[in-house]
Design a protein around this ligand. Structure first.
Ligand SMILES: Nc1ncnc2c1ncn2[C@@H]1O[C@H](COP(=O)(O)OP(=O)(O)OP(=O)(O)O)[C@@H](O)[C@H]1O
Length: 301
């Protein structure tokens, strides 16, 4: 994996192609010396093997949008990615949780890390076994460079200023935002679509200026529910075609069992890579462990 924390920040200086080529060859040498495809990703790993192999991980300057209908698991997936970077790989990560409190976010992290039912933690009904499991994960979780921000409201200007500080002073190498639609744009407008468009373009600019990947979640409109198979499409991104234009990668989350409990695909979740500026579009199937609040790779055959 490339050390994205030490890469030069994006600058306005024109690059000579020979310099770019030298950097690319340096990376390639690293890959040859360390031939495990998974560890030689150009970007930060999300923790989902097939997703990382298709996308090359989360690359500096890129904007990835995770979108779904309500309750599909957007926050869960965003939390999984942050756990993987900060706790598993010790990469400084900042997450803005605009939809729930810091305490609830921490409960998600602990449940997923310790494999304890999230509702046991939330409802205070943890068993002795649960406590033991949580206690085992506490050292790693508390040592992780994971900055959690839970402002009641967030303006784009505040996000830009704080993100810059997090990157420059704390070496944050991944910025995650749960809820594009909850960010207040720099300029208010009567047109919601224009506001969301401004926010998403600003997120993309922020990723480029800070030279870190940004991952953000978005709602989808109700259109999937009108389809016979309920599959989401890019056109369903709520309020804004601008998301489709600005994002480098768009993952649409879908779980059949969210609509039909007895489906033979119960427990499976599909990540549709519906937009992928640098590669193919395809679908990746993972397992949804809703009780632990996490997605995991399907068991390898
Ligand atoms: N203890 C549990 N056992 C089983 N499933 C659970 C449990 N807790 C939550 N879930 C499931 O997790 C899903 C919600 O996950 P998550 O909060 O990540 O979704 P979301 O897409 O971010 O939701 P929202 O639309 O509210 O923002 C729901 O389908 C819910 O039923």
């Amino acid at each position: 994996m490339t050390d994205t924390t030490t890469d030069e920040a994006a600058s306005d200086k024109p690059s000579v192609i020979g310099d770019l080529l030298a950097d690319l060859l340096d990376d390639a040498v690293g890959i040859v010396e360390n031939p495990t495809a998974y560890t030689s990703l150009r970007g930060l790993p999300t923790g989902f093997r097939d997703l990382d192999l298709v996308t090359g991980g989360l690359t500096p300057g890129s904007l990835t949008v995770i979108a779904s209908r309500p309750q599909m698991g957007r926050t869960t997936l965003l939390t999984d990615i942050c756990r993987n970077t900060a706790i598993k790989n010790n990469v400084p990560t900042a997450v803005y949780s605009l939809e729930e409190s810091g305490e609830l976010f921490l409960m998600r992290v602990l449940a997923a890390e310790a494999r304890v039912a999230r509702h046991h933690i939330i409802c205070g009904s943890m068993t002795e076994e649960d406590w033991t499991r949580v206690a085992r994960r506490v050292p790693d979780v508390s040592a992780a460079p994971l900055h959690v921000k839970t402002p009641g409201r967030l303006t784009m200007a505040t996000l830009e200023a704080e993100a810059r500080e997090l990157v420059e002073e704390h070496g944050v190498a991944l910025l995650a935002v749960d809820g594009i639609q909850d960010i207040r744009p720099a300029r208010r407008s009567d047109l919601r679509e224009r506001e969301v468009g401004d926010v998403v373009r600003d997120l993309k600019t922020l990723a480029r200026e800070l030279d870190v990947p940004v991952v953000a979640t978005s709602h989808l409109n109700r259109n999937p529910e009108q389809r016979y198979n309920r599959l989401p499409k890019l056109d369903d991104l709520r309020e804004s075609g601008a998301i489709t234009f600005a994002a480098d990668t768009i993952l649409l989350l879908h779980r059949e069992d969210a609509y039909e409990k007895d489906t033979p695909r119960a427990g499976e979740a599909d990540f549709y890579i519906a937009k992928h500026r640098q590669g193919p579009t395809c679908v990746i199937t993972t397992a949804f462990q809703g009780h632990y609040g996490r997605f995991v790779d399907m068991a390898q055959p």
